[in-house]
Design a protein around this ligand. Structure first.
Ligand code: AP5
Length: 226
């Protein structure tokens, strides 16, 4: 599928369970539509790596697979949106509670903006477990691989910059089970919140990564043309 010729300053929210492929698809979406990728998980991991106060506060929540408190996240993400160098962005991992969604709406309304598309990656829990245990990430550029499904060209080495790939500490089976529990309890209601007043576009994320991208691009291309 050919990319749209023009820059499309869309504001997109990407929802989905841990391991549904949000990060993987975001990398493709930002390349195609030239948007800013704003991932709450990536920002938190960066803060942790840099040893900031925020990173220290978030660490124990992340390691046990529960959500970082709303107050910290809302401030962090609204600040990231304000500082985004382009008009269009895709939010990955935020909002994750109804309260976060309400605060995001309020903040966008203050600047007379709204969300243009809400994509919801739907996946079975049993597929998530397999994906998470095989995930490998690049600590330098954030590229995401899988030991079977999306292999790097050279085992355990990032295609982009040759950095040795790592396994995320929160990808152990126990923590993944906790993250899924947290998702069903606290984040699924966010999907219902959006269904009440906006169109949510459900995407079957059990399919392979290219098929999922095609489904997403069909929706976003239509939006870009509208
Ligand atoms: P975060 O980093 O956001 O983690 P997550 O939502 O749990 O999502 P993941 O990054 O684990 O998965 P993904 O959907 O991006 O999948 P990926 O593309 O990597 O959050 C981490 C923690 O930070 C949270 O637990 C929480 O503590 C905290 N946090 C973050 N945001 C917060 C918020 N808003 N509020 C409070 N706390 C917050 O794919 C997974 C694997 O599958 C990869 O190996 C990939 O190669 C492979 N794969 C991807 N797609 C496919 C496919 N279609 N077929 C086969 N394999 C595939």
């Amino acid at each position: 599928m050919r990319a749209p010729a023009e820059r499309c300053p869309m504001r997109i929210v990407l929802l989905g369970a841990p391991g549904s492929g949000k990060g993987t698809q975001c990398k493709r979406i930002v390349a195609r539509y030239r948007l800013q990728h704003l991932s709450s998980g990536d920002i938190l991991r960066r803060q942790r790596q840099e040893g900031t106060e925020l990173g220290k506060k978030a660490s124990s929540f992340m390691d046990s697979g529960v959500l970082v408190p709303d107050q910290i996240i809302v401030e962090m993400m609204i600040d990231a949106i304000k500082k985004a160098p382009t008009a269009g962005f895709i939010l990955d991992g935020f909002p994750r509670t109804v309260n976060q969604a309400v605060e995001l709406d309020k903040s966008l309304a203050r600047s007379d903006r709204d969300i243009d598309a809400i994509l919801n990656l739907q996946i079975d829990d049993k597929v998530v477990a397999e994906r998470m245990t095989g995930r490998r990430s690049c600590p330098k550029c954030g590229a995401v691989y899988h030991i079977k499904n999306l292999k790097p060209k050279v085992d355990e080495v990032c295609d982009n910059d040759g950095t040795k790939l790592i396994q995320r500490p929160d990808d152990s089976p126990e923590v993944v089970a906790n993250r899924l529990k947290t998702y069903h309890k606290q984040t699924e209601p966010v999907v219902d919140y959006y269904r009440n007043n906006r169109t949510v576009c459900d995407i079957d994320a059990n399919k392979n990564a290219d098929e999922v991208s095609t489904l997403i691009f069909e929706r976003l291309d239509a939006l870009a043309r509208a």
